[in-house]
Design a protein around this ligand. Structure first.
Ligand SMILES: NC(=O)c1ccc[n+]([C@@H]2O[C@H](COP(=O)([O-])OP(=O)(O)OC[C@H]3O[C@@H](n4cnc5c(N)ncnc54)[C@H](OP(=O)(O)O)[C@@H]3O)[C@@H](O)[C@H]2O)c1
Length: 343
């Protein structure tokens, strides 16, 4: 008889609902292949209320309810409106956190993750804010309480980055990395290369749900800077906040720049990079003009990629095609399997 794992969702937006769908579709194979028997006993949101049901929440109904704009209380049992009160009330083994990122402080996710770890829950998070503002403290708390704090999806959606270093590259040392980590800007640059204006490209990115209504976090390079800071903090073991990443966005690039580059067989890309030099880290986000010999040249649209330079492998590139909420959900599912000790 497989062990039962009681789950709580904190955040039930694009990622949370994609994860709920993925867990439903993988239910049989998770049980057969990993002995994992899952029961969701709580879901909390910002404006749609929360539900706690120890006998199990019907997740397909919960998805439908939120997608219809109804509160979760319409399913019969409402939980506390406040996230911290929800976490004190729900008796879960693992928390699946996907609430909005706060670049400046990591809150309120940071406090919620801390509360869940202290209640003995594994925490699987898609949120990069707590990684840059609390990685060491949260990891130490998880160790103290005998649980895991995992965040594979926070930087490159479903592509294995953190687990790659933790599990597949033992004793390797990361000297530098260079990548394309922001989907919105890469899609806009791709569209502009195809002749659309910046405004048309941005409108397209918003229409397909890649860019937010206020896209400044992406355009000015903040999202990319937070990702660089998270990678440096975790993979280079050097705590770094986003304000210490030298940052320029794509706001200075015009259609003329992009078409002139294309004419010479080159492309402008928003490049994220960091390099370790004698105990010091140089981290930056900036537009760079690259040619076809660069491994990042063919990374188009919403795709992302990263090249690692290590002391043992001269370089290793990972490219993820067309990420979205479902690939992010997969990163969380993979973390859940790890946290359950099934790998
Ligand atoms: N979208 C992606 O593909 C992707 C990729 C990688 C990482 N991420 C990260 O994943 C997280 C979620 O992204 P998303 O696209 O799913 O966002 P989203 O669609 O805006 O969903 C956010 C969810 O969080 C809820 N929420 C807001 N404040 C809350 C609070 N204080 N307590 C509990 N729930 C709260 C919202 O509830 P209401 O709607 O009821 O207010 C909503 O259910 C973000 O941190 C994002 O950076 C997303």
């Amino acid at each position: 008889m497989p062990d039962e794992l009681r789950l709580a969702f904190l955040g039930f937006g694009n990622v949370g609902r994609a994860l709920a769908r993925l867990l439903e579709s993988k239910r049989t194979s998770l049980e057969a292949n990993y002995g994992m028997c899952l029961r969701v006993i709580g879901v909390a949101t910002g404006r749609h209320g929360s539900i706690i049901r120890p006998e199990g929440v019907n997740m397909l109904q919960a998805i439908e309810t939120v997608e219809e704009g109804q509160p979760l209380s319409s399913l019969g049992t409402s939980g506390p409106a406040d996230s911290l009160a929800f976490l004190q009330a729900v008796e879960a083994d693992a928390l699946l956190e996907s609430i909005p990122v706060n670049y400046q402080t990591g809150q309120p996710a940071l406090g919620c993750i801390e509360a869940a770890l202290k209640r003995g829950m594994h925490v699987i998070s898609a949120n990069k804010g707590p990684v840059v503002h609390g990685y060491q403290r949260l990891t130490e708390l998880a160790r103290q309480y005998g649980v895991r704090y995992l965040f594979e999806s926070a930087v490159m959606d479903g592509a294995p980055i953190f687990s790659l270093w933790r599990e597949a590259l033992p004793a390797g040392e990361l000297k530098s990395f260079r990548g394309i980590l922001n989907s919105t800007t890469n899609l806009i640059l791709t569209q502009m290369e195809q002749g659309r204006s910046y405004e048309q490209a941005l409108a397209h990115a918003q229409a397909i749900g890649v860019a937010e209504t206020d896209p400044s976090g992406d355009i000015l390079g903040w999202d990319a800077a937070v990702k660089v800071a998270a990678l440096v903090t975790v993979l280079m073991n050097m705590p770094l906040t986003p304000d210490r990443v030298a940052r320029r966005g794509i706001d200075g690039l015009s259609l003329d720049h992009i078409q002139a580059a294309a004419h010479e067989g080159k492309r402008w890309k928003l490049i994220c990079s960091a390099e370790r030099t004698a105990g010091h880290i140089e981290a930056r986000v900036q537009p760079e003009l690259i040619d076809a010999a660069d491994p990042l040249y063919t990374v188009m649209g919403t795709s992302s990629a990263i090249t690692f330079v290590t002391d043992v492998l001269p370089w290793l590139t990972i490219t993820e095609g067309d990420p979205g909420p479902m690939t992010t959900a997969y990163g969380m599912l993979a973390d859940l399997v790890r946290a359950a000790g099934a790998l």
